[in-house]
Design a binder for this molecule. Structure first.
Ligand code: SIN
Ligand code: FE2
Length: 215
């Protein structure tokens, strides 16, 4: 018996949350081992850290970046920059397995030729959350956002173009990839506080990789 014979079937699961917003269930699973190895190397070079928002709050999510640009926040604001503010060095290069995964996921969701220049790595420990926001520090909103979930499952909030719209709640599990672009590019989204758990790949944590075209 081939226990894994239905992997290709679950990979085909594609859920449209709104026009331009798609969840590709288990899309990243075939690359799991390579992704985790590459991620270990990125984090060794540019450690995860808790940044401070312009309003002076310490983020509950820890983050780092790889690629030509990295997203940062401090008391002066949110922005992308080519260097790690902690080390002053360029961010680690984006691993090929990351770049290819993001491009393939975007194409599967209907956005051809996605060439991300930034990958934000978010680490959630139990209780960590991300409040409702839009991704709008990028220069070009024509490119989609590709978001890869690893480790513990999370409840993702998927809203509309106005903050007032009540968001849908979507479970994102290990290996799921979410893509939003076109009419959904500026939709509000966030993550509810992470529940306790233990995952074979990441222990008691969730990791999210978001790929963007920043510049
Ligand atoms: C983000 O909005 O940057 C991250 C979303 C997630 O962790 O799923
Ligand atoms: Fe975001």
């Amino acid at each position: 018996m081939n226990l894994f014979e239905d992997l290709s079937q679950c990979q085909a699961r594609r859920e449209e949350l709104s026009r331009g917003a798609v969840v590709l269930r288990a899309f990243a699973l075939p690359d799991e081992a390579e992704i985790l190895t590459a991620l270990g190397e990125v984090v060794a070079e540019a450690p995860l850290r808790h940044m401070v928002t312009p309003g002076g709050f310490r983020m509950s999510v820890a983050l780092t970046n790889c690629g030509s640009y990295g997203w940062v926040t401090d008391h002066t604001g949110y922005r992308y920059q080519p260097t790690d503010p902690d080390s002053g060095k360029p961010w680690p290069r984006m691993p090929d397995v990351f770049r290819k995964l993001a491009r393939d996921a975007a194409a599967t969701a209907g956005f051809e030729n996605f060439g991300p220049d930034a990958c934000l790595v978010n680490l959630y420990e139990p209780g960590a959350r991300l409040s409702l926001h839009q991704d709008k520090n990028e220069r070009d909103f024509n490119a989609p956002i590709v978001s890869v979930s690893l480790g513990l499952p999370a409840v993702f909030m998927w809203g509309g173009l106005r903050r007032q719209e009540r968001p849908a709640r979507v479970q994102l599990a290990h290996g799921d990839v979410m893509v939003w672009g076109g009419p959904a590019r500026l939709c509000f989204h966030g993550v509810l506080p992470l529940a306790d758990g233990c995952h074979h790949a990441t222990g008691g944590r969730r990791i999210n990789l978001t790929f963007r075209k920043a510049a």
